[in-house]
Structure formats: structure tokens, C-alpha cells
Design a protein around this ligand. Structure first.
Ligand code: G16
Ligand code: MG
Length: 219
């Protein structure tokens, strides 16, 4: 019996990828590294420091900075990102999400956020959905990021539920792997090819219908 839903943020509840891109792009330009939107696809769901490492690798600058300098660069990107997300409003919820969250609350299904983003709580406030969620996994407490199951296992624990009582929703392949490895029913948003490991997949958030998901997850 499903009693909780654990959501990814970027690409499921809202699309912050463009803001991450603009902030990374500004830093990359300053460092003389070419970054385009296609490369940005590979940064989705990846932690801030891992994203920086990948960008430095693109520019062959892996060994140029100390850890302390890299932390400064990541902070610089984050300050720009925080400016950009001030523009986020409830209109930025992806299609169908407001209805899905309302349907979940009406059924007393508990909600958790399992995002790699340390800015998750601020974005949820700006989207006007913070109060609907029971708990947020703090990504700073994780030993390993997605595809490791830790973040979704913690999500279930914080909801005081067993993994089999939960559904996880993700848009990244690494995220689906993480949900599956946690023993949680996985719902994927994306192309059939990208979401082939998901227990149930749809191509857009608009198609996320609670009855349909529960029918499959409760089987
Ligand atoms: C998100 C984004 C990633 C970002 C990461 C960390 O993941 O997809 O691009 O690097 O969070 O974000 P921050 O720098 O704000 O801590 P998710 O898990 O919400 O898809
Ligand atoms: Mg995502």
C-alpha cells in the first residue's frame, strides 16, 4: 500500500536547468571554457562540485585549482544562481504538478523531496509548495549522490515509511537507478529510451496522474 511519494526537483517539479546553465556559463566564460546547452544536459542531477569538476575537465583545467579555489568557484556560481532563482514563481511548476500534489494531499499521502540541490528549500518556497511537503532530504548529509540509493532511502526513512510503501519520481537516468536500488517503485518522466529502467514511465509531467500511478504501484 503506497503511503508516500518522494520527488526529485529539477525536471520533475520545475525546470531549474536553464538557471543552472546560465550561472555555470558565466563562470565558464570567465575561466575561458566553452560550455553549451548540450554539455549542460550531462550536469542534470549532478552535485555542484561534481558539476564544476566536469566543466573544468571540458576545459582541460582539472589540475589548475586547489580544493579551496574550487570551492570559491562553486560559491561564485551559486551566488549567481541564487540571484536567478529569485525570478521563480508558482507559474514555474511544470504542467500537471499542481494537480498531482493536490490529489496526493487529498489522499493524505506523505511527500518528501530528494533533490541534489542545496537550494531546494528556497525553490520550493518560491514555487509555493513548501508547506505541502512533510520533509526534505538534506543533500549536505549524503555520503554519495545519485545513482546511489542513499537519498531515496533517507527520503523513505524521513517519511517513516518502508521503501515498498513509497513511489519515487525522477527525470534523470541516475535518479531512476537510485530509486530502483532503494527498493522503491520508480516513476520516470522522459523519453522511452532514457526511462527504460523505470517501473512506470511517462513522457511529460502532464501525464503524471495519481490514479494511474497508484494502480501500478499497488499491484
Ligand atoms: C539539481 C540539478 C543539478 C545541480 C544539483 C545541485 O539536481 O539538476 O544541475 O547541480 O541539483 O544543485 P545546487 O548547486 O543548487 O546545490 P536535482 O536532484 O534536483 O535534479
Ligand atoms: Mg532531476
Amino acid at each position: 500500500m503506497i503511503k508516500g511519494f518522494i520527488f526529485d526537483l529539477d525536471g520533475v517539479l520545475t525546470d531549474t536547468a536553464e538557471y543552472h546553465y546560465l550561472a555555470w556559463k558565466k563562470l565558464a566564460d570567465r575561466l575561458g571554457i566553452q560550455l553549451d546547452r548540450k554539455m549542460n544536459e550531462q550536469l542534470k542531477g549532478i552535485s555542484r562540485m561534481d558539476s564544476l569538476d566536469r566543466i573544468l575537465a571540458i576545459g582541460n583545467q582539472m589540475d589548475r585549482y586547489t580544493l579551496e579555489e574550487k570551492e570559491k568557484l562553486a560559491d561564485e556560481k551559486n551566488e549567481d544562481y541564487k540571484e536567478l532563482i529569485l525570478e521563480v514563481t508558482p507559474n514555474d511548476l511544470l504542467p500537471g504538478i499542481a494537480n498531482l500534489l493536490a490529489d496526493l494531499r487529498a489522499k493524505d499521502i506523505r511527500l518528501a523531496l530528494a533533490s541534489a540541490s542545496k537550494n531546494g528549500p528556497v525553490i520550493m518556497e518560491r514555487l509555493g509548495i513548501a508547506d505541502m511537503f512533510d520533509t526534505v532530504v538534506d543533500p549536505a548529509t549524503l555520503a554519495k549522490g545519485k545513482p546511489d540509493p542513499e537519498i531515496f532511502i533517507k527520503g523513505a526513512q524521513q517519511l517513516k515509511l518502508k521503501p515498498i510503501e513509497c513511489v519515487g519520481v525522477e527525470d534523470a537516468q541516475a535518479g531512476i537507478e537510485s530509486i530502483n536500488a532503494a527498493g522503491i517503485f520508480s516513476v520516470g518522466v522522459g523519453t522511452k529510451e532514457m526511462m527504460k529502467e523505470a517501473d512506470y514511465a511517462v513522457t511529460s509531467t502532464q501525464e503524471l496522474k495519481l490514479e494511474e500511478i497508484l494502480k501500478r504501484a499497488n499491484q
